[in-house]
Design a protein around this ligand. Sequence first.
Ligand SMILES: C[S@@+](CC[C@H](N)C(=O)[O-])C[C@H]1O[C@@H](n2cnc3c(N)ncnc32)[C@H](O)[C@@H]1O
Length: 232
Amino acid sequence: MKKIQIKNFSPEATEIYKKFKEQVGSEHTASLPAIQVVFNILKKKPKTILEFGGGIGTLSYLCLKYSDAEIDIYENNDFCIKALGENLNEFEGRYALLTDDNFYLSHKSYDLVIVDDNPYQYFRDIVKNTENIKEIFFEGRRFSAQDIFRKALKRKYSFKYIRYYHEKNEKKCGYGIICFKNKSPLLNIWNNWIYFLEYVRTRGWEGVKEYTKKIIKKLKLKLIHRYEKNPN
Ligand SMILES: C[S@@+](CC[C@H](N)C(=O)[O-])C[C@H]1O[C@@H](n2cnc3c(N)ncnc32)[C@H](O)[C@@H]1O
């Protein structure tokens, strides 16, 4: 796993962090290290972004202000939808709001997917229904979201993991997955191993037990399924 340390905060990231921290309902906004990571990723000039968990718009605002990208923002909380409308007012026309009642992706491919929420029901479908996803950023740890994305992605992509960290606040940084279309079985075995090591590092032996139980359950289900198909 590649590790990237976030050492310094740019004036742009700091300004956005402060702007949103002052607002009502800012308890769950992205951390400053995470804002800095997204700001750095924007230097790759993504053209299309899909964001899960728009909240009151901290990361959406950052992406709209510091890139030319068109953005799909998923948000389903009424308070946040209203706040997003107000905070992103100056960028009207460059972003689409997706909700549970109106979940239509605007693009076939996304250069960047930002995950700062857990709407699990969409993750698999998105990987299935898009032609290409280049990079995913998970704000904070979001392990369950990572697990689901990783499972959905591995059918279609090979990937490289990145752990972004900040020495004072590791939990408040994030994880990245860079996706490649050329699917190599060897690379996937390597990826699974790297992911397992990170699982142990962050969740300890309880995590290993949990992981092993999941694998045993999966194997059992496979055997039952195989037996039901061919009892002899
Ligand atoms: C971690 S927050 C997303 C924060 C967002 N990326 C930002 O930086 O502004 C995840 C979800 O929590 C919910 N949420 C965030 N702030 C809220 C608030 N003040 N009231 C109710 N729900 C909130 C929203 O549904 C949001 O998508």
